[in-house]
Design a binder for this molecule. Structure first.
Ligand code: GLV
Ligand code: MN
Ligand code: MN
Length: 421
């Protein structure tokens, strides 16, 4: 621990977020992609902090760091309340997205341990190795392993350097080195779980707008991600008449505008093209190919699926009209995940006991809790995001006071936690 023993939990959490953010794949900002040297360094430091807080630590086959704060032995053969979030980041991201949900429980467990307080159940703090999908364009890779939902086809997925996930795991030093059996064996036994709770920065302006430090999440919006490859014909930029072109980039531009237009047509529906490339492009050659990502989300699965059907059909029409081909590859979707009322109410009761409003709000962002919800009941505690609620941006921020309050609420939650009857 780098903070003096007298530092508040909030100060410690923020200081640890700063310290962890020193490990980055880029200069002058925070990027922590899966299985890079920075990612490895962050993983090691998290393991050290968990051990220092009194946990038994292990690293699983996908790189999750899991610390166990063992139950009071008098409780007999105890089940596990799991908590945690991810430590990978988007490119040039913020230092609290995901990491708050690891650092806060570590600080809280450290405080309980110092006070000699044991709980009648195990608490497992998990630092998920990969959630953002930056390197391999996956969705919830690390939590899918714990939830027993790992898709073996992902092992062949390549990063932008052509390295497959299988190859990256083989040299990672992780247990099993990418062996499918090891990845399957890392799945949790759902019967051992009491539930999963995730603390996360809100990543939006709602709590800030309402003047509230904390909120309880009702549900997490489902999401679908796609990779689209449009192909046309390379030809000379100076000699090919406008009416004779099969320009893949111009076709992709029309497709992107379709995504924007269709996703503006329903509340909670959102569509984003965050990656766009003209592979091997030259300024004086009509693009033969153009690739882009699509991320489509909504608070209701039916609304999302209807939009996807329209967009996929629209892409085919645009391609046909322009003499192009378009291949749309879909990453398995993650459906809308409701939070469990019995867990939400336990957070709500703690907030009310402290004189705070038990404010409830949905999450538009995706979280590891969505994948964990496939195997156990989940709940999330949101912490107010400063700077207008900006996230996936280095301007993302929280205050030490809000982190302190969230930590105190989390302590109360753990100490009063009642398993589902
Ligand atoms: C995760 O940050 C997501 O919502 O994409
Ligand atoms: Mn994120
Ligand atoms: Mn996150």
């Amino acid at each position: 621990m780098t903070q003096p023993a007298s530092a508040s939990l909030g100060d410690t959490i923020l200081a640890h977020a700063d310290e962890l953010a020193r490990f980055s794949d880029m200069e002058g900002g925070l990027t922590c992609a899966y299985l890079t040297p920075a990612h490895r360094a962050a993983q090691d430091l998290l393991a050290q902090w968990m051990a220092a807080a009194g946990m038994q630590v292990r690293i699983d086959a996908i790189g999750n760091v899991i610390g166990r704060y063992a139950a009071d032995p008098a409780a007999g053969d105890a089940r596990v309340l799991m908590t945690g979030s991810h430590f990978d980041t988007v490119r040039n991201g913020g230092r609290y997205d995901g990491r708050l949900g690891i650092l806060l429980p570590i600080a809280v467990i450290g405080a309980l341990n110092q006070a000699g307080i044991r709980l009648p159940y195990h608490v497992d703090v998990v630092a998920f190795a990969e959630e953002e999908g930056l390197r391999f364009k996956t969705s919830f890779l690390a939590s899918s392993v714990l939830a027993g939902r790992f898709d073996p086809a992902l092992l062949e997925r390549q990063d932008t350097d052509g390295v497959t996930l299988r190859e990256a795991l083989a040299v990672s030093g992780l247990p099993g080195a990418g062996d499918l059996q090891a990845l399957r064996a890392a799945a949790l036994d759902p019967a051992s779980l009491l539930g999963f709770v995730e603390v996360h920065i809100e990543q939006g302006p709602v709590l800030l707008h309402h003047g509230l430090p904390l909120g309880v999440v009702t549900q997490i919006a489902g999401s679908s991600r796609f990779s689209v490859r449009v192909e046309g014909l390379a030809s000379h930029a100076g000699t090919t008449p406008m009416g004779m072109r099969r320009d893949a980039a111009a076709g992709a531009a029309e497709m992107i505008l379709l995504v924007e237009q269709r996703c503006a047509a329903a509340p909670t529906l959102v569509g984003t093209v965050g990656q766009l490339q003209v592979p091997d492009g030259s300024s004086n050659v009509i693009p033969a190919a153009c690739t882009f990502s699509m991320d489509i989300r909504a608070g209701e699965d039916g609304i999302r699926e209807a939009a996807i059907a329209d967009i996929v059909a629209g892409i085919a029409q645009i391609a046909a009209r322009r003499g192009l081909t378009a291949q749309v590859e879909r990453v398995p979707p993650v459906n809308n995940a409701p939070c469990a009322r019995w867990l939400m109410d336990q957070f709500g009761a703690v907030l009310k006991k402290r004189g705070l409003q038990a404010f409830e709000l949905p999450s538009g962002a995706g979280h590891d809790a969505m994948m964990m919800q496939r195997v156990t009941d989940v709940a999330m505690l949101f912490v107010r995001c400063g700077n207008g609620g900006i996230s996936h941006n280095p301007l993302e921020t929280i205050t030490a006071d809000d982190a302190q309050l969230a930590a105190e609420v989390f302590v109360d939650f753990l100490r009063h936690f009642q398993p589902r009857g």
